[in-house]
Design a protein around this ligand. Sequence first.
Ligand code: NAI
Length: 301
Amino acid sequence: MADIRFDGKVAIVTGAGGGLGRQHALELARRGAKVVINDLGGSMDGSGGSSAAAEAVVAEIKAFGGEAIANGSSVTDDAGVANMVQQAMDAWGRIDILVANAGILRDKTFSKMEMADFEAVMNVHVMGSVKPAKAVWEIMKAQNYGRIVVTTSSTGLYGNFGQSNYGAAKLALIGFMNTLKLEGQKNNIHVNAISPVAATRMTENLMPAEVLAKLKPEYVTPAVVYLVSEEAPTGVVMTAGAGAFAQARIYETEGVYLGEGGLSVEEVRDNFARITDPTGQQAYVNGGEQSGKFFRKMQGG
Ligand code: NAI
């Protein structure tokens, strides 16, 4: 099969001044995309900022003959996001791809967590993905083409001690994707999620050096680039790290119909093993499919 190329395509990668975002942007540019390199250039907890990080990646892309422009806005800032999108439209007249990658961490156990730290993390990950997506959505609809990848995490999918804020934010993005994938379908807008594991400044204190050495951010990038290609599926959560790739899905058990009359708490307790029995479990493509199961079971199906 032919190589995957992005000639004539325009991409915005948020948080692309370092870590994973930088690798995603470099690979898109190597494959012909024109790329807006967004990065606030702040510290890992989201404080401070300068456009130097974004400009350095633009220089790298230009050095190999690619096309890129820098944007130093915060993804949570309405005017900054509008400006980022305008920059892309002014320079190249279209936006085909959004990789919503920017993120911060403020880890603490829930006991010790200040609400300000919870809100800051929710804001950067959730609204910092929603606002850029909203700003490109009508453009993608008008083009009848768009590819969006949001960045989730194993913490959102499965949990991690000390990351209640981050986990809540990261799974919110899957909920966001699940509806955008439906609303985007008729305009050929595909929306997917990446759940990466990589050695970046976010993880450098969490794992030993020899493990980190095997977790290069560029090992995640092929998944992201595939998920924003013309051939991309939609509604897929791909997990990637160390050169391994998999799909994460939410499954629901077949469950049990207990009837309408005389239902009780005890009946739920007594049937808990059947309710949670994984035999025949299924992944649904929309909420209606799931509710449909209840009606089927009610009718004895
Ligand atoms: P990183 O800290 O190297 O990169 C994040 C980038 O986002 C930084 O360059 C930062 O300046 C930028 N950024 C932060 N807030 C911003 C804002 N408001 N506006 C614009 N840019 C902003 O970390 P890494 O690891 O590359 O993270 C990238 C994404 O991958 C994040 O969403 C992170 O949560 C996610 N992730 C990373 C994992 C890993 O193992 N490294 C695991 C799971 C998810």
